[in-house]
Ligand binder design. Structure first.
Ligand code: 6GU
Length: 238
């Protein structure tokens, strides 16, 4: 899996890429993350990447010509152009995009070997940037300073589902990958490890019973209960 990230703040990615699964996947040659500073694709002497909006208004707008030059340069790299076109994808990170979910992460992990992620800042992008990309993705209904954190989230969620990266243990049993009889996605069931009792709270008896069918049933019930609880009065959950 190869990610090319277009950003004004490449350093923001360093910590995330230097740990855990993402670090291991890179060391094993299963993941490559190429960080491209958008500013290096600006051709004027001040390395301008943004400009004031036509029609006036607050804030700056990311320039389409600079972004287009960056996207073209990435696609022209031999290591990228040799990847079949249908296995490459460019995604604009923006609050207006499709909300990223586990099924989208699964589809991306299955279908794509190279993904370009465009991270904007400031007030927004020149509208014409939207016609240069394959899709637009948001990570939820809240406003962030820029697309870098969302891009890191996509890199993490997609990479860990790649068959070559996947650790032991089944992603089929993870939150939002298990479904009830109606196909409603469920959050994960509760887990326990030693000690058997902690500050008066005991591990549920069923888990130490050795009855695998009962354990399975209990876990599904718990996942349903948690999902119901999560979906009622969400404002009380923070
Ligand atoms: Cl992709 N970008 C920004 N700036 N804010 C967001 C987002 C993306 N997704 C949710 N909020």
């Amino acid at each position: 899996m190869r990610f090319d990230v277009l950003t004004l703040f490449p350093d923001m990615f360093e910590g995330v890429l230097a740990h855990s699964i993402l670090k291991r996947a890179q060391a094993a040659g299963q993941l490559e993350v190429h960080l491209h500073d958008i500013r290096t694709y600006s051709t004027d002497k001040h390395h301008t990447v943004d400009d004031t909006p036509y029609g006036g208004g607050a804030g700056m707008v990311l320039k389409v010509d600079v972004l287009a030059a960056a996207l073209d340069a990435i696609q022209a790299q031999p290591e990228v152009s040799q990847i079949p076109k249908e296995c490459r994808r460019s995604i604009l990170m923006c609050p207006q995009g499709t909300t990223f979910t586990q099924p989208l992460a699964q589809k991306a992990a299955e279908d794509y070997d190279q993904i370009t992620l465009i991270c904007g800042h400031y007030e927004g992008y020149d509208e014409r940037i939207r016609s240069l990309v394959d899709s637009e993705v948001s990570i939820g209904n809240y406003v962030l300073t820029g697309g870098e954190l969302p891009a890191m989230i996509l890199i993490d969620a997609i990479t860990r589902l790649k068959p070559e990266v996947l650790a032991e243990g089944s992603p089929e049993e993870e939150s939002f990958s298990i479904f009830d009889e109606n196909g409603t996605p469920l959050v994960e069931y509760p887990h326990y490890t030693r000690p058997l009792e902690f500050r008066g709270e005991k591990v549920p008896d069923v888990l130490t019973s050795g009855h695998h069918a009962e354990i399975k049933k209990w876990r599904l019930e718990q996942a349903k209960l948690r999902t119901t609880k999560l979906n009622e009065s969400p404002l009380s959950h923070i």
